[in-house]
Design a protein around this ligand. Structure first.
Ligand code: AMP
Length: 511
């Protein structure tokens, strides 16, 4: 039985030593080069007697960044990725929470790293990667590491603005990658194009599948996500056959008519996650690329990666949602009401997740952990931990889960219970709208709609009156060039609320 994620790499390097594991526009590392670098870095930290401790990895996105992750794991420690794209304040909060003894930097991040109030030691990647490998030392460490030990900490946004560090362990990652790969049929022929930042758990899909099977992952230059035609050219040049992207990245291609100019020639599998995929955009992909297998993946960082999947193998009607489907093997999902009882079939309840994928909780935040990683309320007999997601869903007549909303996107407005997602689904169907997001500005009691598209505000207002009940009509509509996104590529609702408030206060001043 596999108990350590490094076994993926060690089996694969024997089969494909010369094959490219990870590449970007500057560097390509073969499995042998990748393993050697990781073992050198592992030896460096082993010599420092750093064990079962966090190590910050602060580098530019690159194959070397990934080698540093696995170097940290070789030493029996766990990596915390941070990136030069993160706002300074966020990095400060992470450093404060992690209290790591070491931080690995590269030439590009060193200067910035030295300006942080970091009490540990800053180590240059180029220095630790040249350490002579000590196999015996690394083997001794391996003997001591258990499958319940941490591998990494991914920081997610907390509702209070303080990021929470989710601790993933060997067992959870192995379980996740094994089940995901079985469903998606991964093998050594997969060529992935990574879109998501490496400090986000979503990137684990291609990174760990690459190590497990001897596949290849290209790290797509970030700028390309602003130029859809060039992006598809990139996919074709590198013969990419698998993309596991967030919805906004896929929508950027479909909403701008890219397929009229160019189509991805090699794509076989497309997965999307992180948000609801608007049906209109999904249908464009499905119609243009009928041979491609599309999967809707759902899950929070707190359960390592994704927990459910749905093979979206047909077109959807305007008023339908693409289900999030069924739980992966060795994962159980149940829908609970406020009292902790399972809701009857067809009714909406909170998604609760049980299984080996449930992570070890939030780093250095036991109280926060206990709020959401809780005893299964249906089991009073023994320790049985579940994660309460705060996401609401119901089961359709075929037993597939359908995502309804986040608990906190359900609002009470003029006495009515409203799902903001329901308004968005209607707006997304309007011809001339290419994307939208609805936020609720509590202090003003206003539903505010942001949208991108050719349609003018006035026309959209008239159209929405036809579609939505009066109480669901947005109180304000803002046409924007782009829906503001978070670092992870999700719609940035906090930013939109601020934009509305700023606009409202400017309006007031003018009066
Ligand atoms: P993160 O931990 O950043 O990956 O975010 C997890 C959250 O994203 C979930 O709790 C959901 O609210 C949302 N999410 C993830 N996947 C989906 C999906 N396929 N459909 C709708 N929402 C999703």
């Amino acid at each position: 039985m596999q108990t350590n994620i490094l076994e993926y790499l060690e089996k694969t390097v024997k089969r494909f030593p010369e094959k490219t594991a990870f590449a970007d526009s500057d560097v390509a590392l073969s499995f042998q080069e990748f393993t050697d670098r990781a073992k050198s870095i592992g030896t460096y930290f082993a010599q420092k007697k750093c064990f079962r401790a966090p190590v910050i990895v602060y580098m530019k996105k690159s194959p070397e960044f990934l080698a540093a992750f696995f170097g940290v794991v070789y030493s029996g420690c766990f990596y915390i990725p941070i990136d030069d794209e993160m706002p300074r304040r966020r990095i400060e909060l992470i450093l404060e929470n992690a209290k790591a003894e070491y931080m690995i930097c590269d030439a590009g991040t060193r200067e910035a790293a030295e300006k942080f109030d970091f009490s540990g030691s800053i180590v240059l990647y180029d220095d630790c990667v040249t350490t002579a490998i000590e196999e015996t030392r690394l083997e001794e460490i391996r003997e001591k590491v258990l499958d319940i030990d941490p591998v990494c900490v991914f920081y997610t946004s907390g509702s209070t603005g303080v990021p929470k560090g989710v601790v993933g362990c060997h067992r959870g990652i192995i379980d996740y990658i094994d089940q995901l790969s079985e469903v998606l049929g991964f093998d050594e022929t997969n060529v992935f194009a990574n879109q998501t930042p490496l400090y986000w758990d979503a990137s684990m899909k291609e990174i760990y599948a690459t190590l497990k099977y001897g596949a290849t992952t290209y790290l797509v230059p970030k700028e390309l996500f602003m130029f859809p035609v060039q992006l598809v050219e990139y996919l074709n040049e590198n013969k990419i056959n698998t993309v596991c992207w967030v919805v906004s990245a896929l929508t950027m291609i479909s909403a701008f008519g890219t397929f009229d100019t160019i189509k991805p020639q090699y794509l076989k599998t497309v997965t999307f996650c992180g948000e609801v995929f608007p049906v209109k955009q999904f249908n464009i992909w499905k119609k243009e690329l009928p041979e491609v297998d599309f999967f809707n993946l759902y899950g929070p960082t707190e359960t390592t990666g994704v927990s459910t999947y749905y093979h979206a193998d047909r077109l959807f009607e305007e008023n339908e949602s693409i289900p999030i489907g069924k739980a992966f093997k060795n994962t159980e999902i149940f829908l609970l009401d406020k009292e902790g009882k399972e809701v009857p079939d067809g009714e909406t309840g909170e998604i609760c997740i049980r299984g080996s994928g449930v992570t070890l909780g939030y780093y250095g935040a036991m109280e926060k952990t206990e709020e959401v990683f809780v005893q299964n309320p249906q089991n009073p007999f023994y320790f049985d931990r579940i994660y309460r997601t705060g996401d609401m869903a119901f089961r359709d007549s075929e037993g597939n889960l359908v995502f309804a909303s986040r608990k906190d996107h359900q609002i009470k407005h003029m006495g009515h219970r409203i799902e903001l997602g329901e308004i968005e689904a209607d707006v997304d169907c309007v011809e001339g709208v290419r994307g939208c997001c609805c936020v609720y500005v509590k202090e003003k009691e206003k539903i505010v709609l942001f949208y991108v598209g050719e349609m003018e505000k006035k026309e959209l207002t008239t159209e929405l009156k036809e579609r939505l009940p009066r109480y669901m009509l947005p109180n304000a509509i803002m046409k924007v060039e782009q829906i503001p996104l978070t670092l992870n590529g999700k719609r940035d609702r906090i930013k939109m609320q601020q934009m509305y408030l700023e606009q409202a206060s400017r309006g007031k001043r003018r009066k």
